[in-house]
Write a protein that binds this ligand. Structure first.
Ligand code: G6P
Ligand code: BGC
Length: 948
């Protein structure tokens, strides 16, 4: 679309839709509900349909065994014009191959199906509304159309149109004259309807094969259907029309928004030519370089067979038609199916039979050597069941052939055979397209509407059914005299652009630039410095907690340990056996019910003790006193390796009476309550520390621990001299940054969007863990849910209709992001997830939802990278190094399960901290293993089995 006022054309003035005929998304006209039924209800189709054995009606129903020398010449010609179902099946296979070859960049050039991208990525969804102007170039006329879609669902669109006859010489003259003519038509039309006072988007229907590089850029590849205007091939027809319109000084204005109609996903146009377009999976459409969603592809299937693929269905008559055409050897399929040629095929059949004395015996048949003496319209008239014979008589007599009744009967059979074959062949092509769609969408069954235009004859629905049994195609014959379908393309493009703009506006604050990330990095660095400074620690949102872990493992740790792992998705109890050459782990997962997480501290620690005792019983460890390492993944002020005061709960925990208490002591008290005397807690560690230690056992360079799971946090080995909050200058100490709380002092507020604020406000710890709420698994799904609600509100998604389910907090889980973003995931699966949330998602909705998920998870990964960049840079500087080489031990469900998170994080980290060479090592056994290793270090030199 584009607006017609030349002076007002600017980059944001909207698109210009350029479409081939087959791309018009033919809607069902309102009030024609009966047309919508099953294919059987299309009575016109049945006149050409084949019987259960796949034989065409109206022609001689001879099987292959009947083909033989005993055939009469007429039977022979009829048989040749009647491909069997098996043959059609075979040809369908070749078409499918050509189609898939055409989609590929590598083999595309070799394929006879050009599969041209149209950049139309949506079909009408019922929300289009507004005014649209369309200019359509047809075989012998230009049609202009004004449609007002009133935004009232499927009610009557208001339309006005005018058909301007085109002088024949225009089609053979200069390109300039052609486009001037079209522009003149537009101008006259606008004057006729009282030139509107507002600017309008214009759609241009240009039914020739074009190479499109955008919705408003289309280069004519070559003329067909008798057009031969000079200086157009190779040029952008949009620009040509644009220039012509500027000359006419036509003024018209943008309309706003549009209301829709049911849609077809395929469109076949067996008019003078033939073509088919369909909504293809964009990632298969290599030429378009669009990876998500679907795009309408113009197959240009008229060229099928130009490589010989149809040779076994071509008859001598087809060869003659081809030879006499202006483009011999080209567009062979079109010459069997397109109505421009049907009369010619019948003429040649008559000519051949006459020369064999099988028709018009004794008559002068020289007239039949003249091109185009029989039109396709006449062929259709002759076919008619009621007065076809009389028509045949009249038409043949008018040609001076003096036909007998038998001649008329045979000519009628010929006409039926030629038309039936065209219907069967287009059904075969359609079946190939449908099978491809079904396969590429990974569906067991495809249900689709197919808009069929052309009107002269119909595609055989039953043949489609026989050749593509996995597809239910609802053929919707288009009585589109008014060109409403063409307007819909323009309207759809308008709607898509409006939706995209709204979506972009809503998502823009979530898209962080490099500068934004550098700012986050600098803020993190500043907060780290402050957090380590005794005087300024309280100002910082980073607690920078000393952990009393001063070394990473050195491989000499030995012994058997118990470990607890509390604070992630799972609560685990483990027994870890650290031997010389390996670490053996046995563990059991226990559930902590929400009621216990949010009940009393006493109940929580009782529950933990019960799990430990159950585990010891099962593992027959009741008699042993094993040292215990406790991974406790919440912020704690450590007062020693085995003394950790809980500062606050995070991640949905809120058990009362715990904050300010030593968690090891609480565990010991619970043991006493349970009269379990053999518990020897030697170390308590944060999960980041446990992860760093577990990975450090395998890689001595591992001096950072990162968790991106339910929550997020990092620890790293800091020079003790830099830790102002502790005495002592020697060596290093692991610092638990508690970076989830970064920003709790407001320093990140600029980056908080309205969605983040809603998520924060509705959480059980509003105002706390603000960085965590932008990054971790506990919150990403909820951010997406808030965005979806806003997009519904803006009418961008689900036709403006939300569901009850979507109103529920946390209903959109973060694991959905991982699934939805999985590369190559069929969009029906996205639709599946959304339909479980009672959302009626169209295909386009699913594409948009995927984009929302991508935006949210990308931001999380980039923020994480900015934080990590601050950490590694600080380490590098603290150590006075030019270059730092370090390994990050990493764990957490989001990091591990999300298909792109880790890559996005690592790429951005590299950009933000180019002087650091950072390797990420994924922890395999959880941080309980690390807690055991810390316990092992603590017990080194002591007898690990002596009770405390
Ligand atoms: C590790 C630990 C957990 C930790 C978790 C984070 O493996 O063993 O204690 O909290 O990862 O992951 P999650 O996604 O479960 O929060
Ligand atoms: C906690 C951290 C923990 C992180 C990852 C945060 O909510 O405060 O202590 O390391 O989650 O589990």
């Amino acid at each position: 679309m584009w607006e017609l006022h030349p002076s007002a054309l600017g980059p944001n003035d909207g698109p210009f839709a350029i479409v081939g005929h087959s791309c018009a998304l033919y809607p069902r006209l309102p009030g024609r509900d009966s047309d919508r039924g099953t294919p059987q209800s299309l009575s016109a189709v049945d006149t050409c349909s084949w019987d259960a054995e796949g034989r065409p009606p109206g022609s001689l129903q001879l099987g292959a065994q009947d083909r033989g020398p005993s055939c009469t010449p007429v039977q022979r010609v009829l048989l040749a014009l009647t491909p069997t179902l098996e043959k059609l099946q075979e040809v369908k296979g070749r078409v499918l191959e050509a189609l898939e070859q055409g989609l590929s960049r590598q083999s595309g050039a070799r394929s006879t199906m050009q599969m041209l991208p149209t950049f139309i990525c949506s079909t009408p969804d019922g929300t289009e509304n507004g005014d649209v102007l369309v200019a359509e170039l047809c075989q012998s006329h230009v049609r202009t159309l004004w449609v007002t879609l009133t935004g009232d669902g499927n009610q009557s669109p208001q339309l006005m149109y005018h058909v301007f006859e085109m002088p024949e010489d225009i089609t053979q003259g200069s390109g300039e004259a052609l486009f001037d003519f079209i522009a003149q038509c537009v101008k006259n039309f606008l004057e006729e309807i009282g030139n509107p006072q507002h600017r309008l988007p214009l759609g241009f229907i240009f039914p020739f094969s074009c190479r499109q590089t955008g919705l408003d850029k289309a280069e004519l590849i070559s003329w067909s259907k008798g057009f031969r205007c000079s200086d157009v091939e190779g040029k952008d027809v949009v620009q040509l029309l644009q220039a012509a319109i500027s000359k006419q000084e036509v003024g018209a204005v943008w309309g706003s928004r549009l209301g829709g109609l049911p849609h077809a996903e395929n469109l076949m146009v067996p008019r003078s030519g033939t073509n088919c377009c369909f909504m293809a999976e964009s990632h298969l459409l290599e030429m378009a370089e669009v990876t998500s969603g679907r795009m309408c592809v113009n197959s240009e299937w008229g060229c099928l067979g130009d490589d010989g693929a149809l040779d076994d269905v071509l008859t001598p008559c087809d060869h003659r038609v081809d030879q006499e055409s202006s483009n011999p050897g080209e567009r062979r399929f079109e010459k069997m199916v397109g109505s421009l040629y049907l009369g010619e095929i019948v003429r040649h059949a008559m000519l051949m039979l006459a020369s064999e004395q099988a028709l018009f015996i004794g008559r002068n048949t020289s007239i039949l050597a003249t091109k185009a003496v029989l039109t396709t319209q006449q062929v259709l008239e002759i076919m008619d069941n009621e007065d076809g014979m009389a028509k045949a008589q009249g038409i043949l007599e008018a040609l001076g052939l003096q036909p007998s009744e038998r001649d008329c009967c045979r000519v009628q059979q010929l006409c039926r055979a030629v038309v039936s074959r065209a219907a069967a062949l287009s059904a075969m092509g359609l079946a190939a397209v449908l099978s491809h769609m079904c396969r590429s969408r990974q569906l067991e069954r495809l249900v689709v509407n197919v808009g069929v235009d052309g009107g002269l004859y119909h595609t055989s629905a039953s043949v489609v059914g026989l050749l593509a049994p996995e597809c239910a195609a609802n053929l919707m014959p288009s009585a589109d005299v008014s060109g409403l379908g063409a307007a819909m393309v323009t309207a759809v493009a308008l709607r898509t652009v409006a939706q995209r703009n709204n979506m972009e506006r809503l998502l823009a604050p979530l898209r962080l630039s490099r500068t934004d990330l550098q700012r986050v990095q600098a803020l993190m660095r500043q907060e780290m410095e402050r957090g380590l400074d005794r005087e300024r620690n309280a100002e910082s949102s980073l607690r920078m907690l000393p952990t009393y872990v001063c070394h990473t493992p050195d491989g000499t740790e030995r012994g058997k340990f118990l470990a607890l792992d509390l604070g992630g998705t799972n609560f685990r109890v483990l027994v870890v056996h650290v031997a010389e050459d390996n670490i053996d782990i046995t563990n059991e997962i226990y559930v902590i019910p929400t009621a216990v997480m949010q009940g009393t501290g006493e109940a929580l620690f009782n529950h933990i003790m019960e799990c430990i005792m159950d585990f010891q019983m099962k593992q027959e460890l009741m008699d042993q006193v094993l040292p215990l390492g406790f991974t406790f993944s919440f912020p704690c002020q450590q007062l020693g390796l085995d003394k950790a005061v809980l500062l606050n709960w995070t991640k949905g925990f809120s058990a009362s009476g715990c904050v300010g208490q030593d968690v090891v002591q609480m565990l010991r008290e619970a043991a006493q309550r349970k009269q379990h005397t053999a518990l020897k807690v030697v170390a308590v560690v944060n999960d980041t520390v446990g992860t760093m230690m577990a990975c450090g056992y395998h890689d001595p360079k591992c001096e950072i621990g990162l968790i991106v799971g339910t929550g997020t946090n990092t620890c790293y080995m800091e020079e003790r001299a830099k830790v102002g909050t502790m005495d002592g200058d020697e060596g290093r100490m692991c610092i638990n940054m508690e970076w989830g709380a970064f920003g709790d002092n407001g320093c990140l507020d600029d980056f908080f969007t309205s969605f983040d604020r809603l998520v924060d406000e509705k959480s059980i710890n509003a105002g706390k863990q603000k960085f965590e709420k932008l990054i971790s698994g506990m919150y990403l799904g909820e951010i997406v849910r808030q965005i979806l609600l806003a997009l519904v509100e803006e009418q961008v998604l689900f036709c403006g209709k939300s569901s009850h389910k979507l109103q529920n907090r946390d209903i959109f889980q973060t694991k959905f992001l991982s699934t939805i973003e999985t590369p190559g995931l069929a969009l029906v699966q996205v639709q599946g997830i959304l339909s479980n949330l009672e959302l009626d998602a169209s295909y386009e909705d699913s594409v948009l939802v995927r984009e929302v998920c991508q935006t949210v998870s990308l931001r999380a990964a980039h923020l994480c990278a900015a934080g990590m960049a601050a950490v590694v840079e600080k380490m590098r500087e603290s150590r006075g190094l030019e270059q730092l080489t370090v390994t990050v031990g990493v764990d957490g469900t989001l990091y591990k399960m999300h298909p792109h998170f880790s890559r996005n994080l690592q790429q951005m980290l590299q950009e933000l901290a180019p002087l650091c060479n950072v390797t990420f090592l994924q922890s395999e056994d959880g941080s309980g293993k690390g807690a055991a290793l810390v316990a092992a270090v603590a017990c080194r030199g002591a007898d690990p089995s002596s009770p405390q």
